[in-house]
Design a binder for this molecule. Structure first.
Ligand code: SF4
Ligand code: SF4
Length: 423
């Protein structure tokens, strides 16, 4: 059924639609990379469940396939959140995601911790969640916990993950890429040198994925840094050097990630598609025309927590499309925007782009593939990998034997990272 609706969308030259619904701007963390930090003072809002119901009805009516409930911190009110997930499920929306900054993993020494974790996992699963992400900023627990203002949460994650897995929910670790994601690496802070910076990020990503795997995560995702997007409606941006990169730094960082992803594909279900990284790198090299533009505002939308209005994405705040439930149809037209690297929209746009274009302009798809002989191989290997990962279904365990086919010819370096935390 899911497969058929996805095919239907692709045959119409569209991608399966998704709505990122910001259910609240309230948060209890103090992340330096985000305008919604509890330290920032501004009028906070949460969407009423009735408003969310109207939004979800519209998502279903428009045939969209995926919803993300984001924040702020979505788990501040778990019963309210699971009510929304249940509504989405009842409407037949197959891909439902939400996540947490990890505050629930505090006080892991408390006698009721295990029960609390079991109940949380069961409630989320019972409501119909498919993917549940947990933010982690660094392979160094101190850096993560200080940045979030959430002491003790990394140890709490290590204790909670087996409990979640026993319940049948496999959370994804969500890395918002930053300069400290692999701890303090001098090359990522001093004067820029392309080779040193790329090497520095190679080490940072290697440390991060090793650490996340040792903690017990079986799925990982990377958010490319979103620094200070002009007047973003989704305030998860900041001008702090933690996530602010020059174009040259960004390119070296993307290349490093492209180098590291193949090393870890057999060890953890790693969402980041190589075809998307390749496209984002080419974009920095002035070859944007060879990439697939973002489907934001065509098939993908952001819905704000202030009024439930639709926007093409979390960053094109000047394009308020009005209440989401008043959308009568999905807009047509060709995608053109490549302004940012918001992974939620750019990764699927690039990965599914050739399908979307195959009917409307098959010659262009062939031209793009033939202009870079290695490109079809990268893209097909992404698709094979996604299949081996059950399309990142967070209610299914990792199939190690399937992922083994993606092991690099030479094993990635085994880094020992804070074993006391990973234990
Ligand atoms: S990044 Fe998430 S957890 Fe951190 S302040 Fe922003 S909304 Fe809160
Ligand atoms: S590229 Fe960025 S700014 Fe453009 S539609 Fe996509 S998410 Fe929005």
């Amino acid at each position: 059924m899911k497969f058929l609706s996805t095919c239907r969308a692709l045959f119409r030259g569209r991608l399966p639609g998704q709505a990122v619904i910001q259910i609240t701007t309230r948060c209890n963390a103090r992340c330096v990379q985000c305008g919604m930090s509890v330290d920032h003072s501004f009028a906070r809002h949460s969407l009423d469940p009735e408003v969310v119901d109207r939004i979800l009805d519209t998502v279903a009516r428009l045939g969209m396939q995926a919803v993300s409930f984001t924040g702020g911190e979505p788990l501040l009110d778990l019963p309210r959140l699971t009510g929304m997930i249940r509504s989405a499920k009842k409407l037949g929306i197959p891909y439902i995601r939400t996540g947490t900054n990890g505050f629930i993993f505090q006080r892991h020494e408390a006698p009721d911790f295990e029960d609390r974790m079991r109940r949380t996992a069961d409630e989320l699963l019972e409501s119909g969640i498919r993917n549940f992400w947990i933010s982690l900023d660094s392979s160094d627990p101190d850096i993560h916990e200080t940045n979030r203002g959430l002491p003790g949460v990394v140890r709490g994650m290590a204790k909670a993950l087996p409990i979640f897995h026993n319940s049948g929910l496999y959370p994804s670790v969500n890395l918002g890429i930053n300069r400290l994601c692999g701890g303090h690496i001098p090359a990522l802070h001093g004067p820029f040198d392309t080779h040193g910076f790329r090497q520095g990020f190679f080490e940072a990503f290697t440390r991060f994925f090793t650490f996340a795997t040792n903690l017990g995560f079986t799925i990982a995702n990377c958010c490319y840094p979103m620094s200070d997007e002009d007047r973003a409606v989704y305030q998860a941006t900041s001008s702090d050097s933690f996530i602010r990169f020059s174009p040259e730094e960004k390119r070296a960082m993307l290349l490093a990630l492209k180098d590291v992803v193949p090393d870890f594909r057999s060890r953890i279900r790693l969402f980041t598609p190589l075809s998307s990284l390749d496209a984002l790198v080419r974009q920095t090299e002035g070859e944007a025309g060879q990439t697939y533009a973002c489907r934001g505002g065509l098939d993908f939308f952001f819905v704000d927590a202030t009024a439930g209005h639709a926007y093409p994405c979390g960053y094109r705040s000047a394009e308020d499309l009005g209440p989401f439930w008043e959308l009568t149809d999905l807009p047509g037209g060709e995608p053109v925007c490549r302004r940012c690297e918001w992974e939620c929209f750019r990764d699927p746009s690039e990965l599914l782009g050739p399908f979307g274009m195959a009917l409307s302009n098959p010659l262009e798809v062939m031209r793009r593939f033939s202009s870079r002989p290695d490109l079809p191989g990268i893209w097909f290997s992404d698709l094979r990998y996604y299949m081996a990962c059950d399309f990142f279904d967070g209610t299914k365990p990792m199939r190690t034997e399937k992922l083994a086919r993606f092991a690099p010819p030479q094993a990635a370096p085994a880094l020992v990272v804070s074993p006391e935390v990973a234990s």
